[in-house]
Design a protein around this ligand. Sequence first.
Ligand SMILES: [Zn+2]
Length: 358
Amino acid sequence: MAFGFAQAFRTFGKLTLAGAIGASLAAGDVGAEQKTPSPGSAKGQFGAVSLPTQGSAQPIGFYAKGCMTGAVALPTDGPTWEAMRLSRNRRWGNPAMIALLERLSKDGAKYAGWPGILVGDIAQPRGGPMFNGHASHQIGLDADVWFTPMPARRMTAEEREDLPFTTMLQKDKFLTVDPKVWTQSRARLLMLAASYPEVERIFVNPAIKKKMCDTWTGDRTNLGKLRPEYGHDSHFHIRIKCPPGAAGCTPQAPVAAGDGCDKSLAWWFTPAPWAPPKPPKPGAKPPKPPREMMVSDLPKACAAVLDAAPVASMQAATYGGASAASAFTAAPAAEPAADAEGALPNLGPVPNDKPAIQ
Ligand SMILES: [Zn+2]
């Protein structure tokens, strides 16, 4: 390849395990340590609210610095999705985001050979920064979807808390997708998600982006929407554009033209992204730790969002109405024979058109 992946492997093949997995350095979604936020911090304030505001849905501010009004919840269950980690109360989003997830789940079953999606964090009831796990997801326009397919049954709440993440990467190799885990159905699900016009970016691990660059033989028009990022090896992160008319939403620049299989990807396969921070010079002052984000650092309207009256109940604000909200208590779907062994599947279905390259 023009930008020398092979050379990068030869030169930098012995990086640390963190680099090898490409998943442990948390700049994006995973691994941020949990600290008790100080009173008045935006994390503390927004994390303590359990219900969204009444009124119309508005994203306020930027993906990584903002809040939202009028959020709706993804129902915990649908025909083609199950929400995960319910105790976190992060199933909330702009209705456009929730609608997109439901659509992706249906289309995935129909077109990608993906039985259903497991949905991770979307946002808190009023958005804002979180205690742990994310820099963005603050205005209801970001959502995480697992690379693990939905099992052919309804998981219990406990299972949804405990189901481990499955990395798509080889643990003993530098930034390499595990061919025993990765499937073409996952590739198709990603490209399906990228095909929706409202989807602006999808964050994936650099190894996954590279895999897509190397193996995707279909239309590559939307491949550029797949953006390499730390972590994102067991889930992908969908970001949609500011919805039409959302005056308080700060848009992000569109992705550059092209498939993104270029220098911007090759950089991830150099030591630069994985280098440990330089030790301070002897006698130098230790650097100040980054200041905690306060509510006053967010757009002004976010203070009022915290104080606004809540909706009557979670059910009342569930997308699709109260009947959709109660699905979790309904009888589980019948168990198909495919799940007869009782184990949760780690692998997606083998597609009919499995490419020779795998
Ligand atoms: Zn995310």
